[in-house]
Write a protein of this length. Structure first.
Ligand SMILES: [Zn+2]
Length: 260
């Protein structure tokens, strides 16, 4: 069975990261994404920029980083689903213009958000509403970094999902251990909330599946910060049937990320 990796960063900040788990994965080299997908037995990958503004911070709205995602998608449209890193505090007009451009020019499939780095609250609809309007209009999926206080918290993020019931949301890392049960609550209360298991502990993944069921969790490696081999092993040691493994490794991702 081929897997779908729903959490891949397109390299890191070379001025900050001294080493990574997948050192050959480098921004601006689409072939390195395909090499990584092949090595982890993945049919598709969901690709987005490094989470923080690259240093020096000339690319504050992530536009240059997003264009590099676009180049990779246009070179390998059958393997890579691309997301734009968005900072919605640039305001409605700027944010909507960027997102429309990405959708039109390279088929952008969703947005990656890190409220802690960009200083807003994910439940502040004045800030995130205009961006979510575009997500609704173009059927884009919203990926929240999730599990860091005080901004990147599952239950704050769930309020955005509550306000936009037709938009699909993903809380990365199942709330990063400390907020596991907030992520479980968010998924139980709102049908449009899902999670990826990147960086989560095997025990936490099992607890999540026990509470929420098999349809809302996807495999994600968080490459190049984590090892795809290790992240895949976590889903293989928690006693899933073959049919359940197929859901979390591939079928759920096809639905959440519109992969044919
Ligand atoms: Zn990540």
């Amino acid at each position: 069975m081929k897997v779908i990796d729903t959490h891949i960063h397109y390299g890191t900040d070379p001025n900050v990261a001294s080493s990574t788990c997948v050192p050959y994965l480098i921004t601006g080299q689409p072939d390195s994404v395909i090499r990584m997908l092949d090595e982890e037995n993945a049919s598709h990958g969901v690709l987005f920029p490094h989470d923080r503004v690259m240093s020096p911070p000339w690319d504050a709205d992530y536009d240059k980083a997003n264009q590099q995602i676009g180049e990779a998608v246009l070179k390998y449209p059958d393997r890579i689903a691309g997301l734009a890193r968005i900072n919605p505090t640039f305001g409605a007009e700027h944010t909507q213009k960027l997102l429309r451009k990405y959708v039109t020019e390279w088929g952008c499939r969703g947005v990656k958000l890190v409220a802690g780095y960009d200083f807003y609250r994910p439940n502040d609809l004045k800030v995130v509403g205009p961006m979510l309007d575009i997500c609704q209009e173009y059927d884009l999926t919203v990926l929240f970094h999730s599990g860091d206080a005080p901004r990147d918290l599952p239950y704050l993020q769930a309020q955005a999902a509550k306000a936009y019931p037709n938009v699909r949301f993903v809380l990365a890392h199942i709330g990063m251990h400390t907020y596991l049960h907030e992520a479980i609550l968010a998924c139980k209360e709102y049908e449009n909330v899902n999670v990826d298991m990147a960086q989560a502990w095997p025990y936490d993944i099992r607890i999540f599946l026990n509470h929420v069921g098999m349809d809302r969790l996807t495999y994600g490696s968080d490459t190049p910060y984590q090892s795809p081999e290790v992240e895949q092993l976590k889903l293989k040691v928690i006693g899933l049937t073959e049919a359940e493994q197929e859901k979390v490794f591939s079928l759920n991702a096809r639905r959440i990320w519109r992969i044919a």
